[in-house]
Design a protein around this ligand. Structure first.
Ligand SMILES: Nc1nccn2c1c(-c1ccc(Oc3ccccc3)cc1)nc2[C@H]1C[C@H](O)C1
Length: 273
């Protein structure tokens, strides 16, 4: 494992919050070359890697994540194979985009949101180019390393697409974020590059509503009924420019094949800004 970190190299500080799969602390990593790096340390929940098979699977995933380097992805520096496991990653001093939107609320300028949207699309286009799914794209899993830099995190238990197929049937009992899910994910537990695009549309909606909860108060069944049977979609956020509303609706096309690819979305968001 190329990215093993010894527990003795880590100094764990204050708790930053409760991320997905575990608690996150601020920390310092005393790298073997003597450089001290500010990091975030995700202490994974025990039950996550209980069984040896899951543990081995996870260690393989980490190898894949460690190899992904992109300016719009939170860098995974390595893991500490302690009990519980710890993931040592790049620190995002401004925390999650969701918390930032709630705190800053409408003080976040529309052009900052546009810049964040372009950066998220760019990070997702990189995952798409490696045929890797995120499966849990949402504002809670986007982090700010500065007021002008958003990075995607928690591409944690991403699953490489089975060779030759373009969708992944979800099996493990991982909790599914219903309000962010495409109809085919809710109906058939299918996840694909196109379902990541649907989730990007929901993430855009979260951004331009400054962190509102999509389909608040509805059950998975009620959401599926609305988006699948009735073809309903979330209300256009008043703060969203026409072009962003148009993009959201294309990401929410009922037929996955009609949704844009991230490579296309990046071109639209960067050429217009
Ligand atoms: N890196 C961070 N910096 C500051 C605050 N943070 C970070 C992470 C965080 C997110 C994901 C993660 O694990 C990864 C990252 C990349 C790829 C795979 C897993 C570690 C920390 N989580 C938080 C806080 C926000 C949430 O409330 C907990």
């Amino acid at each position: 494992l190329t990215c093993l970190i010894k527990e003795s190299e880590l100094k764990i500080g204050t708790q930053l919050g409760d991320g997905s799969f575990g608690i996150v602390h601020k920390g310092e990593w005393n790298r073997s070359d003597g450089v001290i790096i500010p990091v975030a340390v995700k202490v994974l929940k025990e039950d996550l890697v209980q069984h040896q098979a899951v543990y081995d699977d996870f260690v393989r995933e980490v190898e894949a994540m460690h190899s992904l380097q992109h300016p719009c992805l939170i860098r995974l520096h390595g893991v500490v194979l302690s009990h519980p496991l710890m993931m040592v990653t790049e620190l995002a001093p401004l925390g999650s985009l969701l918390d930032y939107l709630h705190k800053e609320c409408s003080h976040t300028s529309i052009c900052s949101l546009w810049q964040f949207a372009s950066e998220i699309a760019s990070g997702m286009a990189f995952l798409e180019s490696r045929r890797l799914l995120h499966r849990d794209l949402a504002c809670r899993n986007v982090f700010l390393t500065s007021k002008t830099q958003a990075k995607i995190g928690d591409f944690g238990l991403l699953r490489p697409l089975p060779p030759g197929s373009d969708c992944y049937i979800m099996t493990e009992q991982r909790r599914v974020p219903f309000p962010w899910c495409a109809p085919e994910s809710l109906k058939l537990r299918q996840f694909s590059l196109a379902t990541d695009v649907w989730m990007f549309g929901i993430t855009l909606w979260e951004m331009y509503t400054f962190g509102e909860e999509p389909w608040a108060g509805l059950s998975g069944h009620e959401i599926l009924n609305k988006i699948d049977k009735k073809g309903e979609r979330l209300i256009d956020p008043p703060a969203a420019p026409e072009i962003i509303c148009n993009l959201m609706h294309r990401c929410w096309a009922a037929n996955p094949a009609d949704r844009p690819r991230f490579s296309q979305i990046v071109i639209e968001l960067t050429s217009q800004s």
